[in-house]
Write a protein that binds this ligand. Structure first.
Ligand code: ATP
Ligand code: MN
Length: 478
């Protein structure tokens, strides 16, 4: 039997005129003789030489960019330059042609916007295949890191009955008839008659459930889809995204920050070690793009240097209070260049402020910690000062917030006061409060938006281009 190979394998195989079979899609067909074949295994194509005189004319005519073919032949040292090996084809099978008049992915530069409309075909471009191979490698790195460090992978529920997660707007899950829902005596929708007997939504975070598991398994992490019905059409928000949420018993905020930093650096080092080809390609893509930009907007470092910089340098840790001082005295603030001016302690930081701190002031990733209690979620641990909480956000150049986390409030009475002040009923959070009634302990965790990490590693400016089929307001095609 003739063995089936991938392009990646063949490029690393010594050519001895051995018979091989290769299946893939035609990237280009030159001079009726040279097929550049790609099968997704690597960015590179393998050149297949078909001497058209030996093949059916109709068949040769049907070979065009995008067609799926099988090539059988012998692997030889390449005659041409640019590749070490090529296949001298003696048999060619056309699986499916791609009509040049209608196939949208032609061998020329397409805009990312155009390709978003063709999300089912864009994976056949070099850019998207590089991004998605990196996304896959990063996922593996995420699991590897946690598995090697004593964490258990926990599947948090996707349908949630707790509406107190407080991380944004939720998508409702229901089987009630929208035209004729059962009503209560007061005329409100009677969710007791809904599938779960109560209101349910798609999860915005697996944190609360992860906390329960950390208080038994010690160290856990979730890595799954997360949903937010936020109508924010930005380059860093999706309605469906993947979040990584480690949660650790007996970790305080410092240990939490140490973990976040170590984790991010480790996964980036992993792709630097394993995905050079794709990173190099994306780096070149960015450099080409930059040529069209004004000098001031060009980034200071090529992609791979930016990644190495993060791996090799400590993140700068700064308290919210210090950050406010820096921002208050900053040039853009004094010259009223910020859309939201900073004059008082307590202000919520906008993305323009985060980016100023990271990109202009510190010029490295920054961890901000000890935020004012009233701009952060109820479950974050109150500091002795009574006004700040043990929160931390990791801020990245070009991205802004990539991680949000905290030490959790483990003291029952403090938590009860907090939720009373927010008018949340204790019965909404009964099981969460139970975790403070039975064997409570210091614990911490964070959430990292996976797509934002993929954006950083690939240098892609828009989050819609780092997930296969993005869900955003008014868009759930495919
Ligand atoms: P932001 O202020 O950027 O909206 P957030 O404060 O709402 O973020 P968290 O609730 O702390 O974010 O969620 C944890 C992480 O999940 C964020 O740091 C970010 O990386 C990611 N994230 C949050 N919302 C989205 C979204 N809509 N799309 C993609 N990633 C997101
Ligand atoms: Mn948000």
């Amino acid at each position: 039997m003739i063995k089936r190979f991938s392009v990646k394998e063949l490029l690393n195989t010594e050519p001895k005129e051995q018979e091989v079979v290769l299946e893939g899609w035609v990237k280009a067909f030159r001079s009726n003789r040279f097929i550049a074949l790609n099968d997704g295994s690597t960015l590179k194509n393998l050149q297949c030489v078909v001497d058209y005189e030996n093949f059916d004319e109709e068949l040769i005519k049907s070979i065009s960019t995008g067609a799926a073919v099988k090539v059988e032949g012998s692997l030889i040292a390449s005659q041409g330059r640019g590749q070490a090996v090529e296949i001298q084809a003696n048999k060619l099978t056309l699986y499916g042609k791609a009509d040049a008049d209608t196939y949208p992915i032609q061998p020329k530069k397409h805009s990312l916007e155009f390709l978003r409309e063709k999300a089912h075909l864009r994976i056949r471009t070099n850019t998207f295949s590089a991004v998605m191979r990196l996304r896959s490698a990063l996922s593996f790195a995420v699991h590897s890191y946690f598995q090697q460090n004593g964490f258990y992978y926990m599947h948090a529920p996707i349908i949630t009955g707790s509406d107190a997660e407080g991380a944004g707007e939720m998508f409702r899950v229901t089987t009630l008839d929208p035209k004729d829902p059962p009503l209560t005596e007061n005329g409100e929708v009677n969710f007791k008659e809904d599938f779960f007997g109560k209101e349910t939504n798609l999860t915005v975070s697996g944190q609360l459930e992860a906390e329960a598991y950390a208080m038994g398994l010690g160290k856990v992490y979730t890595f799954g889809p997360t949903f937010r019905a936020e109508n924010s059409n930005t380059s860093r928000h999706l309605a469906e995204f993947w979040m990584i949420e480690p949660e650790m018993a007996f970790y305080d905020l410092d240990a939490n920050m140490d973990l976040a930093e170590d984790f991010i650096r480790w996964v980036i080092q992993y792709v630097l070690d394993n995905c050079q080809e794709d990173i190099q390609f994306l780096e070149q893509r960015l450099l080409d793009e930059e040529k069209h930009k004004p000098q001031a907007e060009r980034s200071e470092m090529p992609l791979s240097e930016k990644l190495k910089f993060v791996v090799n340098n400590n993140f700068k840790r700064v308290s919210y209070t210090e950050a406010i001082d820096i921002l208050r005295n900053s040039k853009p603030n004094k010259k009223k260049k910020f859309e939201f001016g900073i004059d008082e302690w307590g202000a919520d930081l906008q993305s323009e402020h985060e980016r100023y701190l990271v990109e202009k002031h510190f010029k490295c990733p920054v961890i901000l910690f000890d935020y004012p209690a009233n701009i952060k979620a109820f479950y974050m641990r109150l500091n002795e000062d009574g006004k700040t909480v043990r929160a931390m956000d990791v801020l990245f150049p070009g991205i802004g917030e990539i991680v949000g986390g905290s030490q959790r409030e483990e003291r029952l009475e403090v938590l009860q006061k907090k939720i009373a002040a927010l008018d949340i009923e204790e019965k909404e959070l009964w099981w969460y409060l139970d975790l403070r009634r039975f064997g409570t302990a210091v614990h911490s965790g964070f959430g990292l938006g996976f797509e934002r990490l993929v954006q950083f590693v690939t240098g892609m400016g828009n989050i819609r281009d780092v997930i296969p089929f993005p869900r955003t307001p008014q868009n759930a095609e495919f």
